[in-house]
Design a protein around this ligand. Structure first.
Ligand code: HEC
Length: 107
């Protein structure tokens, strides 16, 4: 009986140890400064950049997202629905948004 309990305890401790890093990574993302800024993108690109009507952004590299956003800032509005969304933020804010999406798991 005692051995059984020890085994159960050992399995639970192992499970907790394995789960801890994922839980920690997720809760540190809740504090990410890009999270609130990125919520402005969720309406079209899906909550946390997943399953939206348009391209998913979750898990895309920060550099790729930043390059695309900078391109969209240069293209004229009439050819480019993203113009207002790429233009309404400072460089620092766009960096934070792109960093946030890059740290989310790819869909
Ligand atoms: C009103 C809806 C809307 C909102 C809000 C919006 N987007 Fe977009 N986004 C689009 C559409 C539509 C496209 C596809 C445009 C195209 O291909 O010309 C797009 C394309 C993109 C792309 C290029 C995707 C690819 O793989 O080529 C990126 C990056 C992007 N958006 C980032 C963002 C970010 C970051 C935000 C928030 C700051 C945002 N978008 C807000 C509609 C939106």
């Amino acid at each position: 009986m005692e051995t059984d309990l020890k085994t159960v305890h050992g399995v639970l401790a192992l499970a907790a140890a394995l789960l801890a890093p994922a839980t920690q990574a997720q809760s540190s993302l809740l504090q990410h400064p890009g999270r609130l800024l990125a919520s402005g993108c969720f309406q079209c690109h899906g909550t946390n950049g997943l399953n939206g009507g348009f391209d998913a952004l979750a898990g895309d590299s920060r550099t790729d997202t930043l390059n695309k956003l900078n391109e969209m800032r240069r293209k004229p509005l009439r050819e480019n629905i993203m113009f207002p969304h790429a233009s309404g933020y400072t460089n620092e804010q766009l960096w934070q948004i792109a960093d946030y999406f890059s740290k989310l798991p790819k869909p």
